[in-house]
Ligand binder design. Structure first.
Ligand SMILES: C[S@@+](CC[C@H](N)C(=O)[O-])C[C@H]1O[C@@H](n2cnc3c(N)ncnc32)[C@H](O)[C@@H]1O
Length: 207
């Protein structure tokens, strides 16, 4: 594991304390390309692959574990992903405080922490208050994509989405996914080796 010091965060990683509320993505990226947000990007595998495949899209990553945020930001920098920015922040706080209404074309949530113990379920991100935020920040026609290996958490997410104004659509793997993958993240690759099931759902916000 590289030490925190060996990882170079700038210019991809931003200091959340210095950002305006709400963020103006056109100012931040210097263009008006569509913006996709990934929550809990881990080592940044998905973001790095997608940034390289889609220079016409801006990607923003949120991650609250310091080392993972630093690692992903450094990796995006090394891969010349000028269309990426990241912050180290808790997702609900960041979305609520910094993301403007109807500003995202896609929201990616891959293998969110499932908090399997019943007494920890209240820590799960995908609950009604976060779904209300998702409904607020997606553009009309914007897409939510969620993948998890945790069946019971998936059932909760599935029920929440189906009870919301979002409309469920077919889930299609991104261009960066390999054969048999739903996304192609580190956790997915680990879970495929372990033979775990994966569950996916996609839904759009009506116009
Ligand atoms: C199970 S890992 C999945 C990482 C990556 N998406 C993947 O599929 O390989 C979950 C990641 O989300 C981050 N995370 C969990 N809850 C978060 C939250 N509320 N805000 C920001 N990041 C969060 C964790 O630190 C961790 O890096």
């Amino acid at each position: 594991m590289q030490t925190n010091k060996a990882l170079i965060v700038e210019p991809i990683g931003l200091d959340v304390e210095t950002l305006p509320r709400p963020l103006d993505f056109a100012v931040l990226f210097g263009n008006d390309h569509p913006v996709e947000l990934e929550i809990g990007m881990g080592k940044g595998t998905f973001l790095t692959q997608q940034c390289k495949l889609h220079p016409e899209i801006n990607y923003f990553g949120v991650e609250y574990a310091r080392w993972f945020w630093r690692y992903a930001s450094d990796r995006l920098r090394r891969n010349h992903c000028d269309n990426a920015r990241t912050v180290r922040a808790e997702a609900m706080y960041f979305v609520r405080e910094f993301i403007a209404d109807a500003s995202l074309s896609v929201l990616h949530i891959y293998h969110p922490d499932p908090w399997p113990k019943k007494r920890h379920h209240k820590r799960r991100l995908m609950q009604q208050p976060f779904l209300d935020q998702i409904q607020r920040i997606l553009k009309p026609g914007g897409l939510l994509r969620v993948v998890t290996d945790h069946k019971e958490y998936f059932e909760q997410i599935d029920a929440l989405i189906k009870a919301s104004p979002l409309k469920v659509v077919d889930y299609t793997p991104p261009a960066s996914a390999n054969e048999g993958e739903l996304i192609g993240t580190n956790f997915e690759r680990k879970y495929i080796l372990e033979g775990r099931e994966r569950y996916a759902i996609a839904a759009v916000k009506g116009s």
